[in-house]
Design a protein around this ligand. Structure first.
Ligand SMILES: NC(=O)c1ccc[n+]([C@@H]2O[C@H](COP(=O)([O-])OP(=O)(O)OC[C@H]3O[C@@H](n4cnc5c(N)ncnc54)[C@H](O)[C@@H]3O)[C@@H](O)[C@H]2O)c1
Length: 323
């Protein structure tokens, strides 16, 4: 089951925001890629968008192969049946159980029995996605972070029925995609980072709604404290670096005070009801004009590249090696 990327045709179903950057990542790693989306507009956007991402990687010296050569490996299909020869099919459609199940049913009808199906779901349990499949053992969660051609994050999540051999294969390949993958062996809702991020977001709403600090102040604190170290160290390394007992003492005092609300915060409900999509429509928790929203989108793109360079200076230590 182990093949080099160039011998492993991969399919991407859903060419929205993430599907395109996943396509760029896999092409850059040497895979031939075939993408499919039900929306013709998304299909038409794909080649120029992927070209722009590969150009960006090339400008930064991140590609060994010319962009035009890599793009020869990209096919955009108008029918899902054209993905029949894929060894791995990445499902990247809308976060909706029905939509994902429809894609899996179509894939089961066309793929070889030992081809892998990988879902980029953000939070639907993988075991739930496996229900009703003819070959549930080949379905895994493969959870990317945007922009997927630049980020080092990848979670590979086993559902109750997943066969470990497929997970190990994905884990080995992910190194070739420039990732430092995490294998999530038990199907916990939200996987690892979403659980941690949503715990933080819940607390952020709690602080704002209690009147203790503004949206601007919460964002400023988080980006200048956690944001300043989290690319080097996860929470456990951070405690190792800065003295463990103090964290034990603070946890004892603080935990009863942290939010454990289970309802969507009012501020979130009101913001969604007002039609805010964030920088996408210049309406969010912060104030934007179309120009400042665009400037933030561009800053995010530049920052992702800068962080990628910084991360490359500090790879994950192996064994007892330091960074
Ligand atoms: N955006 C992120 O940062 C992010 C991060 C991690 C995971 N995800 C997950 O990735 C998935 C896609 O997210 P996105 O942000 O790219 O969404 P998106 O809305 O930008 O793209 C989804 C695409 O799926 C297409 N689609 C819908 N049904 C389809 C079908 N049956 N067959 C083929 N194509 C179909 C749509 O036309 C659309 O182009 C979601 O499950 C999301 O939760 C997103």
């Amino acid at each position: 089951m182990r093949f080099a990327p160039r011998d492993t045709l991969v399919g991407i179903i859903g060419l929205g925001l993430m599907g395109k950057s996943i396509a760029a990542c896999l092409l850059a790693a040497g895979h031939p890629v075939i993408g499919y989306d039900t929306d013709p507009a998304r299909r038409d956007e794909t080649l120029p968008a992927v070209r722009a991402m590969l150009d960006e990687l090339s400008r930064e010296g991140g590609l060994a192969t010319p962009v035009d050569t890599l793009l020869q490996g990209l096919t955009v299909a108008a029918e899902i049946q054209e993905l029949a020869a894929c060894r791995i099919a990445f499902e990247v459609v809308t976060e909706d159980l029905g939509a994902k199940r429809e894609v899996f049913a179509a894939l089961e009808g066309i793929l070889a029995p030992d081809a892998i199906i990988a879902s980029n779901t953000s939070a639907i349990p993988i075991t739930m996605l496996q229900q009703g499949l003819r070959s549930p053992q080949r379905l895994f969660g493969v959870h990317w972070a945007e922009p997927a051609h630049l980020t080092r994050f990848l979670e590979i999540i086993a559902g109750d029925e997943s066969a470990p051999a497929f997970g190990e294969h994905l884990h080995a390949l992910a190194g070739r995609w420039g990732k430092e993958p995490t294998l999530v062996r038990r199907d916990i809702r939200g996987f690892v980072t979403n659980r941690i991020m949503y715990a933080m977001i819940r607390e952020a709403f709690h602080i704002v709604e209690s009147g203790a600090a503004s949206v601007e102040d919460v964002d400023r604190s988080v980006r200048n404290d956690i944001g300043a170290w989290a690319t080097l160290a996860g929470p456990f390394r951070w405690m190792d670096l800065t003295g463990i007992p103090a964290y034990g003492a603070v946890m004892t005092d603080l935990m009863p005070d942290l939010s454990n609300a289970t309802e969507l915060p009012r501020l979130m409900r009101d913001t969604i009801a007002a039609g805010a999509l964030g920088t996408a429509n210049a309406k969010g928790f912060h104030e934007y004009t179309p120009e400042t929203a665009q400037a933030w989108n561009e800053a995010f793109r530049r920052f992702s590249m800068d962080i990628r360079h910084l991360q490359q200076k500090y790879p994950e230590p192996r064994g007892d090696d330091g960074p």
